[in-house]
Write a protein that binds this ligand. Sequence first.
Ligand code: HEC
Length: 264
Amino acid sequence: MAKQDKDATFVGDSRISAKRIPNIAPSYSDFPGKSEPFWPNFLLKEWMVAAVCLVAFLVLTVSHPSPLTDKANPNDTSFVPLPDWYFLFLYQMLKYPWAAGDWVVLGTVIIPGIAFGALMLAPWLDNSKERRPSKRPVATGLMLTALVGIFYLTWAADHEHSKNHPSNHGGGSSGGSSAAAPAAPADPSFKPEEIWTAQTSCMGCHGKNMEGVAGPNLQKIGSKYDANQIADIIKNGKPPAMPGGLIQDEAEIKKLAEYLASLK
Ligand code: HEC
């Protein structure tokens, strides 16, 4: 008889399937060298990996304590609260006009809601059988866009914060030293004159040494504006956050504006 006859199946009744596949999991002995018993081999390996990770974590926490900043001080008006790094991207988004003010619901509820809702519903929305990222352009594209956005917003928040508050940047590497002097001047040799130190209404936002707190650093403000422009800012404020009318006395405004204009 010919060899191929071995595979031939003869079915008399077409309603009976030719191949009956029993619903039994294959025996592991069918895959020699590719399987191992769960106990103890597999579990022991898992435990070894877990132990290495745990020790690595312990070493990291001991050698690199988490950077705590100062104790809470209600008298310190120069403190700039900042969310932890993993929320910085949401915090940064709220600085943009399309996600703040009248649109704050968009920035606080709708955009995060859509993003996290889509993440939760992803298994149902994206049920493609393909596993390679290149074969799933929509899912891959959305995820990459989200990642790029999160990275950019986190970077932008940190960058802006360290630019506006060079001395106040406690979040990262140099925890100890920045915690000791949260409102130290940006330029240590800078000495504000009495004219400034009398302006307690300005200090809350611009800092004791004009180093900038909620408002910008003013230590070199003279290279940006002349005395008239500064007097105008003091009188009328500067949108969005600089209030006008804090000083009423014209002579005092003039003196302060001239002093500020001399800082270059
Ligand atoms: C409520 C906080 C606050 C107070 C109080 C305040 N400022 Fe400001 N100031 C700001 C902010 C915020 C800005 C930045 C406005 C902008 O350009 O977006 C600013 C901007 C300025 C600028 C322009 C800086 C620049 O680079 O454009 C000057 C000058 C200035 N303030 C001076 C003063 C003086 C003088 C006083 C006290 C009379 C004062 N500020 C009080 C918050 C404040």
